[in-house]
Design a protein around this ligand. Structure first.
Ligand code: GDP
Length: 449
């Protein structure tokens, strides 16, 4: 097994930069590069972990003063001997320290290789490892909380309970297959049916959480539509405000629809500002209109914006938005200019009076979005945000449903359905997962993690 090293912190100038090294030679390589003042040392034979101050030297020259943390395997993140060097955070310096470690026998770690080793050494199941990546990717509080529910084992435990239930049913059926005439083999169809129903309920609770989980991970696809000049761009800027996180060029969107990711009301919105919708003969404008329609077709949420003095054209736009499957809200913008009663057609969708200039009405809109997409997770709830885990859960669900349908057949038929469910459970946790899937999962991690 190679000893690997990588920068664990961002590759920019900072107060501190941490370099991590893991593997069988980690301690000997570190000792070859460090000098400890006084009676300091990397780690005593009988210690699991140690923190020490040291001078890092390269061919006699002191390169940096560092704090080293040594973890003796298996008491480390990877399960192997690991050393973390907290260096001064200069870009040149960190590169030099890494090259020094490489010259002594370490090699550059690949993306996710530390976490992959943690998984292969049994320090973490796959759901926890995926939680590490999701926590690093999390851009706001609910997404971070969902990632923590993977990382702290809440998701893994929920899967473990399902596995326990399936194993218990399998054991009962196998006892019957092996000893059909014996007392221990007694098993009633009603009992198996009940146990299967319980297990299915648990699986379905988890699969159902994926709707929320997907929104947490990917965000709510939101189309901002309305006639030109009603204030769509102003609203988009207001939503983005201080929270502007990423400007994404999401595949499928076009040059004249701008998609931007913002967090508003605790919900991540992937906002697409569409060209104004109206019937038109102008070829160029028609392309824009078609794209607006496409954005509405794909949207989870359609925000229909109307300006001061909404009229018949606005009513037609509102009516059109309501034809799509996304949730539609009517936003009567420019409330600072317009205080007449809303038109009767406003009652067709939840309507809000707002102003992109004064911010009037925004708290109510935020509360409505938080409510609609209820992404506020109670602490300790298991939410599936990961597509891979969701696919495996769907396979468990269909195998259990099949077992349920097969109850009148011989027990060995049901056992084979249950074994299929158990195989999918093993794929979620990583106990029965192919090398190529493991490789694919960890290659998406960043270097140093
Ligand atoms: P879009 O064409 O729908 O994207 O509209 P814009 O965001 O470009 O806004 C058109 C005009 O309306 C600009 O001059 C904005 O400053 C103005 N505007 C937008 N929202 C409001 C608002 O709430 N109140 C007022 N008074 N003006 C607004």
């Amino acid at each position: 097994m190679d000893t690997i090293a990588a920068l664990a912190t961002a590759p920019f100038k900072a107060a501190i930069g941490v370099i991590r090294m893991s593997g069988p030679e980690a301690f000997s390589i570190a000792e070859a590069c460090l000098r400890f003042p006084g009676s300091g040392r990397l780690i005593a034979e009988d210690r699991k972990r140690n923190v020490a101050f040291a001078y890092l030297h390269d061919r006699g020259e002191v390169v940096d003063e560092v704090v080293v943390t040594a973890f003796r395997g298996p008491y480390s993140y990877t399960g192997e001997d690991t050393v973390e060097f907290s260096c001064h955070g200069g870009v040149y310096l960190l590169d030099r320290v890494l090259r020094l470690l490489f010259s002594k026998g370490a090699r550059q770690a690949l993306g996710g290789e530390f976490t992959k080793r943690a998984f292969l050494n049994g320090k973490s199941d796959l759901t926890r490892a995926e939680g590490v990546m999701d926590l690093i990717d999390a851009e706001y509080s609910s997404a971070a909380r969902a990632a923590m529910s993977e990382l702290d084992g809440t998701v893994g435990n929920a899967i473990g309970e399902i596995r326990g239930q399936i194993l218990a049913i399998t054991a009962k059926l196998l006892a019957y297959v092996d000893y059909p005439d014996d007392e221990i083999g007694e098993v009633s169809t009603e009992e198996i049916d009940l146990l299967l129903t319980e297990a299915l309920t648990r699986v379905r609770t988890l699969t159902a959480s994926y709707g929320k989980g997907k929104i947490l991970r990917e965000g709510v696809r939101t189309a901002l539509c309305g006639r030109p000049n009603v204030g769509k761009s102003s609203l988009m800027n207001l939503f983005a405000g201080e929270n502007r996180s990423i400007v994404t060029d999401i595949a499928g969107t076009t040059r004249d629809t701008v998609t931007e990711s913002v967090v508003f009301g605790g919900v991540k919105l992937l906002l697409t500002d569409t060209a104004g919708i109206r019937e038109t003969e102008d070829r160029v404008e028609k392309i824009g209109v078609d794209r607006a329609v496409q954005a509405m077709e794909k949207a989870d949420l359609i925000l229909c914006v109307f300006g001061d003095h909404p009229d018949e054209q606005d009513r037609v736009i509102g009516e059109k938005a309501l034809q799509y499957q996304g949730k539609t809200l009517f936003l009567f913008n420019k409330s600072d200019l317009y205080d007449a009663p809303l038109p009767a057609w406003a009652s067709a969708a939840p309507s809000f009076r707002i102003s992109a200039v004064t911010g009037d009405g925004m708290p109510k809109l935020e509360a409505c979005l938080a409510d609609l997409f209820a992404t506020d997770l109670p602490a300790g709830s298991a939410v599936i945000t990961n597509g891979r885990q969701y696919q495996c859960l769907c396979r468990i669900e269909s195998a259990l449903a099949r077992a349920s349908d097969n109850l009148t057949l011989t027990p060995d038929v049901i056992v084979s359905d249950l074994e299929e469910a158990l195989a999918a459970v093993g794929e979620i946790t990583g106990e029965r997962v192919s090398d190529s899937i493991v490789h694919e999962i960890f290659s998406r991690f960043c270097v140093g993690k």
